[in-house]
Design a protein around this ligand. Structure first.
Ligand code: SAH
Length: 485
């Protein structure tokens, strides 16, 4: 790796909160540098990548704050702690406006009053460093682990459990997994805490199902943390950056936790998606349902529905909601959630949202509202083409990535939809991430439809509107396996 030291001024910040400098005509990202600041910067060139590291600050911004976290400058988890709270909020507002104001009016960011310790989920990685067991998260742009005892944005109980497990390992002669040699036992620990229910799920992600002193380990962990309501073992023996492996075993408890959101109860399994900041999520979903303009008569699709959160909240004000989701555990949770909440006008389909939309469009189904909440990569062409062909009166797009949201809005607005409102909501203070919910309405007579090739999947037919019918059958392959350990 070649290194150069230069002096430069930050011209602006990019969407990920990095400062940007212009060095001999090349724009280079410098983490932790604020617009207008000057500093001594070390340029790192590695293969195709070029980035800068701030070595010394020569001119400081008035927006600069002391990060509340002692690990901030080495850990890659947060990107905005060096900014005052108002400046963080302004950064998110500007990012959303820059990307989305060409499509319609952007409302003021809904901020979080107490922006620390909000994450209901922690993910701790374990390793050996110079003979000592360490646990924490990977540094940005590297495969080095920053050992951390606590994280300022994470639930305190989750932190404490991660740390307890680190301290327990030597007495049980259990070693962290070593990525290079493929040896060792513990890879990661996931903790999820029900923000309102206080139920706690712990998942030990291990490299091998051979778990010496398993029962004693469980007993000890239970004694030290009686708040744990369920413990699972997940075996991931692949050399991969994926955290969770396929095989899962419940060591005690139900294998999932429950939490409440917008007055409903939701269960969530280890692999199911669930927003990390429940108080702000309630605001986000409240806006999504408001934008859907429901009167009780609407047929709705909730695409990328996860455990059915938005579907079930919307279903209380609609005629019928069909949720579609790829992750089979999440679909199973969604079906159970409908039952628990005695909501009978929802159906859940396991499948690719794009293919499901094609199927609906080809079948000539009619929907009044389509809600979509895709992953960071956004939606895809097949989905958007079919969405346009379905011609719902309203589309509500919930997105965690304004970049892909802008890309998708460009298509929708060119083909007959008008953006009425854009509402950013901060679910991830201290990080650059921001959620946005957008209301689009169909312009009478101006929808441009396209030909789409038939669905690739056979028949993702929704389950009948009756909870006795279980919805899509789980293929045997995906079963939660009982394992000997
Ligand atoms: N609306 C839910 C989940 C949003 S996260 C909530 O708010 O909780 C995005 C979801 O999309 C995840 O559950 C993920 O499993 C799912 N997903 C990802 N790709 C998909 C695809 N191609 N088709 C359907 N669902 C998909």
């Amino acid at each position: 790796m070649k290194k150069e030291i230069i002096k430069a001024r930050c011209t602006h910040m990019d969407e990920e909160g990095n400062g940007v400098i212009n060095y001999k005509g090349t724009l280079i990202q410098v983490p932790h540098l604020i617009e207008g600041e000057e500093g001594v910067i070390q340029i790192h060139r590695h293969k195709e990548q070029v980035f800068g590291r701030l070595v010394e600050m020569t001119q400081k911004s008035p927006l600069r704050a002391e990060p509340p976290c002692p690990y901030y400058y080495t850990c890659g988890g947060c990107q905005l702690q060096h900014l005052k709270t108002d400046a963080q909020n302004a950064f998110k507002q500007q990012t959303v406006e820059k990307l989305l104001s060409p499509f319609g009016p952007v409302e003021a960011l809904i901020t979080m009053p107490d922006p620390l310790r909000y994450r209901n989920k922690s993910h701790t990685t374990y390793a050996v460093n110079r003979g000592a067991i360490v646990s924490g998260i990977y540094e940005a742009r590297s495969h080095r682990l920053t050992s951390i005892d606590q994280c300022m944005i994470q639930n305190e109980q989750a932190d404490a459990i991660g740390l307890t497990i680190r301290k327990m390992l030597p007495s049980f002669k259990l070693m962290p997994y070593d990525e290079d040699s493929g040896q060792g036992f513990l890879r990661h620990v996931l903790v999820r805490v029900g923000h309102y229910s206080k139920q706690v799920m712990v998942v030990l992600v291990v490299a091998t199902p051979v778990f010496p002193s398993k029962n004693n380990f469980i007993q000890k962990l239970k004694t030290l943390h009686p708040e744990i309501t369920t413990l699972l073992l997940n075996v991931n023996n692949r050399r991969t950056s994926m955290v969770l492996g396929h095989d899962e075993q419940v060591l005690f408890g139900k294998g999932y936790i429950e939490d409440t959101l917008c007055g409903l109860t939701f269960r969530l399994s280890p692999k199911s998606f669930y927003q990390v900041n429940p108080p702000q999520t309630q605001i986000l979903y409240g806006k999504a349902v408001e934008f859907a303009g429901l009167t009780g008569k609407e047929r709705i699709i909730d695409a990328y529905c996860g455990i059915g959160t938005i579907s079930l909240i919307a279903a209380q004000k609609a005629k019928e909601v069909i949720g579609v989701e790829l992750n089979e555990d999440a679909v199973r949770d969604a079906i159970a959630n409908a039952k628990t909440n005695s909501i009978k006008n929802t159906r859940f389909v396991k499948g690719d949202a794009g293919e499901f939309m094609v199927q609906m469009a080809v079948q000539g189904e009619i929907f009044d509202v389509v809600l979509l909440d895709p992953p960071r990569s956004g939606s895809d062409e097949r989905f958007l083409n079919s969405l346009i062909n379905l011609m719902p009166s309203r589309i509500v797009y919930v997105s965690c990535n304004p970049v892909t949201l802008a890309r998708d809005l460009k298509i929708l607005t060119k083909r007959g939809y008008k953006v009425e409102t854009i509402q950013p909501v901060d679910l991830f203070p201290m990080t650059y991430h921001v959620e946005t919910v957008v209301k689009l309405v169909r312009q009478m007579g101006s929808v441009i439809r396209t030909e789409i090739s038939p669905p690739i999947i056979s028949s993702p037919k929704p389950a009948p509107l009756n909870h006795k019918d279980r919805g899509p059958k789980k293929p045997h392959k995906g079963r939660v396996k009982k394992m000997r350990g």
